[in-house]
Write a protein that binds this ligand. Structure first.
Ligand code: CP
Length: 342
């Protein structure tokens, strides 16, 4: 992977946000600033010594009150690659298990003067609530079914790398057709991606069983998404000529106690699972994405997940670079060039 050092990136632009709570708060210029910075940070992960001094002396607390493999690990690696001190707290090891409220937890952490608090929470809106009460920058690492902004950013970074179009024009992803398929109702990844992709100029086909499609998904971002998002109920129609295929997991953990939304996973897989046969409807150069974790054999067959068009592990690699960019912009870097050598 090659970074875009020497590109038209504007290093002097002041990032105009104190927190990163959702893609809904960001303008296209903010998204492009993060993506450009992430491209430049990608190369640090390929060095023998993967460390720059940019956030030396800063403290990042990763407060993960819901399970995570990729996001938590990549925020920790991102902080450490920039020489910040990274502290990880998980739900099972925190005093939340003793009845402490999330706000009390955050206030107590704040008393230890962190610069950035990265929070994952099962409740939509929890990071925004905490941001109103602490001085540290707050990064939403996924809140309920609301938003997962850094996932959308790493997805857009991956798409831009593979499908770089419209570089000279205002919309970096102009002309791209992106199919997002799966449990859209419960997916914070889908919400953040729909907003980010539309702001960057792509068009989105949102595909789910009726029982897993939220009402008015095309109105998520007002007129912008009304113009660019199309609801599609058949997988074939969603994939037909698509440039990017983004598959989502069924979020069973958010359906506790509800009436089942579909008969069984076998039937779901038959109608909405991505196989080599169904993928053949997409463009021959279409890329296949998934935020993880994958339920192999349900939303995606193993031969697709591991196939030549899958960029799933590249997404994970970009996850570190994107989170470095976010920590740099919100964590008050030392003012040295973000490309700084160690
Ligand atoms: N994509 C994602 O958020 O994965 P994790 O739940 O493992 O962090």
């Amino acid at each position: 992977m090659s970074p875009t050092r020497g590109s038209a990136r504007d290093d002097r632009r002041v990032f105009p946000h104190r927190h990163l709570l959702g893609i809904a708060d960001l303008e296209q210029a903010d998204l492009v600033q993060i993506l450009d910075l992430a491209d430049s940070f990608l190369e640090i992960g390929e060095r023998a010594i993967k460390k720059v001094p940019t956030l030396r002396g800063r403290t990042v607390i990763n407060l993960f009150l819901e399970n995570s493999t990729r996001t938590r690990t990549s925020f920790e690696i991102a902080a450490k690659r920039m020489s910040a001190d990274a502290i990880n707290i998980s739900g099972s090891s925190s005093s939340a298990t003793k009845g402490e409220t999330t706000l009390d937890t955050a206030r107590n952490l704040m008393a230890m003067s962190p610069d950035v608090i990265v929070i994952r929470h099962s409740a939509s809106g929890a990071p925004a609530m905490i941001a109103r009460h602490v001085e540290a920058a707050v990064v939403n690492a996924g809140d309920g079914s609301h938003e997962h902004p850094t996932q959308a950013l790493l997805d857009c970074a991956t798409i831009r790398r593979h499908k770089r179009r419209g570089q000279a024009g205002p919309d970096p992803l102009a002309g791209l057709e992106v199919a997002i398929v799966g449990d859209i109702e419960h997916s914070r990844v889908a919400r953040s991606n729909i907003l980010a992709l539309c702001k960057l100029g792509a068009r989105v086909r949102a595909c789910a069983p009726h029982t897993l499609m939220p009402r008015f998904i095309d109105r998520l971002g007002g007129d912008l998404t009304a113009e660019r998002v199309r609801e599609v109920s058949s997988l074939d129609a969603a994939l037909d000529g698509a440039d990017v295929v983004m598959m989502l997991r069924i979020q069973s953990e958010r359906m506790g106690g509800e009436i089942p939304r579909f008969a069984n996973t076998r039937e779901y897989s038959r109608y909405f699972g991505l196989s080599l046969r169904t993928l053949a409807r997409a463009r021959p150069d279409a890329i296949v994405m998934h935020p993880g974790p994958i339920n192999r054999g349900v939303e995606m067959m193993p031969e697709v997940a591991d196939g030549s068009r899958s960029v799933i592990l590249e997404q994970v690699t970009y996850g570190v670079a994107v989170r470095m960019a976010v920590l740099y912009l919100l964590g008050g870097g030392d003012g040295s060039s973000p490309d700084a050598r160690a």
